[in-house]
Design a protein around this ligand. Structure first.
Ligand code: ATP
Length: 339
């Protein structure tokens, strides 16, 4: 059984999700100590537990220590055999992080999978649905995966408890084998899109956010405002930059007491920072590409210097796989070379 220290590096939930995915793929069992020791509320939260259950159901694993607040987990996988999963986080915890746990194993398993996941679809500290659908999955499809993700219902967090379980995603994975890709060059910006999601808020919130975005992002801008039915107020601003060879999507969340202008300023600063860095791969995509590339045993991409999240992810992958992952400087950026 591999011995994994969950407090290493960032000490967050990614060590767990990557370990679950790689255990299912490689058939290697692991024991994890100090689960999420680097977080304010350490141990397994409900969202992480659903990741454990999802991976366990996918590969018929035997699990010990899977309870809320547990800081120790043992996971002994079996063969990937499930073709259908029906998962409910039971809170507005992130459904996309559950997708992150089961997606690559389902591709490698090659049996086809349909998974419905209920919970939050737009959560701070997690990819919103649109990031997976418009930024991450196109690269996976380019690598050879047959994968579709649909947003059945929006689910926002944090929200009041009445918001529980309102969101739902459906993930469908067909057959396909992951092949290496290279993302090194930076294409022309072809489109900029601003999307505002609001629920139970006055219409001026979206107007004020879009006014700031128009002022700060020079050039043509496509805009969309979606007023959604939700049990509690919600506001999410997403800015998408489409370039030849890939997209980036940055997200900013409104919250009670936070001015709409600030929500927009945060998203614009991140979007402009990405354009200034002149790299094809943004900070979040940089950590999310590591697992599929490691499974493809090859690939290269250029991005800003890696986050602690990404370097911790590399360390976790090294527990399970002997594939080389090298990071070299390239001016103000880095090149990540897998294989
Ligand atoms: P925790 O221990 O709190 O669960 P974590 O280890 O899950 O933390 P996070 O920093 O919350 O780590 O990140 C989770 C994942 O969500 C990472 O893959 C990260 O790239 C992704 N992510 C976070 N924010 C965004 C965002 N705005 N857009 C796209 N992806 C994001």
């Amino acid at each position: 059984m591999l011995d994994i220290d969950g407090s290493r590096g960032e000490g967050g939930g990614q060590i767990l999700r990557t370990s679950l995915a790689l255990a299912a793929i490689t058939g290697k069992a692991f024991a994890m100590r100090n689960v999420r020791a680097g977080r304010a509320k350490p141990g397994l939260r409900r969202q992480h537990l659903v990741c454990v259950h999802a991976a366990a159901q996918l590969c018929g694993a035997t699990v010990h220590g899977a309870s809320v607040s547990s800081k120790y987990l043992e996971f002994t996988p079996g063969p990937i055999a499930a073709r259908e999963l029906d998962l409910d986080i039971g809170s507005p915890g992130s459904t996309t992080l559950v997708v992150q746990t089961i997606l690559v194993p389902a591709i490698v398993g090659g049996l086809g999978l349909r998974a419905t996941i209920q919970g939050g679809t737009h959560n701070p500290m997690a990819p919103p649905f649109e990031f997976l659908e418009r930024v991450f999955l196109p690269h996976l499809r380019a690598m050879g995966a047959d994968v579709a993700l649909t947003l059945d219902r929006y689910g926002f967090a944090p929200g009041d408890p009445r918001a529980t379980g309102h969101g739902q995603l459906t993930l469908t994975v067909g057959t396909g084998v992951l092949q290496p890709i290279e993302l090194l060059s930076v294409g022309e910006v072809r489109a900029r899109r601003a999307t505002v999601l609001t629920a139970r808020l006055p219409t001026h919130v979206a107007d004020r956010e879009l006014a700031i975005v128009r002022a700060r992002l020079a050039g043509p801008l496509e805009t969309a405002v979606r007023e959604l039915r939700a049990p509690a107020p919600a506001n999410v601003l997403m800015l998408e930059l489409e370039r030849d060879g890939g997209r980036e999507l940055v997200t900013s969340f409104g919250e009670k007491g936070k001015r709409a202008e600030l929500v927009a300023e945060e998203a614009c600063t991140e979007a402009l920072g990405f354009l200034d860095a002149n790299v094809p791969v943004g900070v979040h995509l940089a950590d999310q590409l590591l697992l599929p590339l490691a499974i493809a045993r090859g690939g290269r991409y250029r991005c800003a210097p890696l986050s602690l999240h990404a370097t911790t992810n590399i360390e976790t992958i090294r527990h399970f796989l002997d594939v080389p992952i090298e990071v070299t400087s390239d001016g103000d950026a880095v090149i990540v070379q897998v294989g």
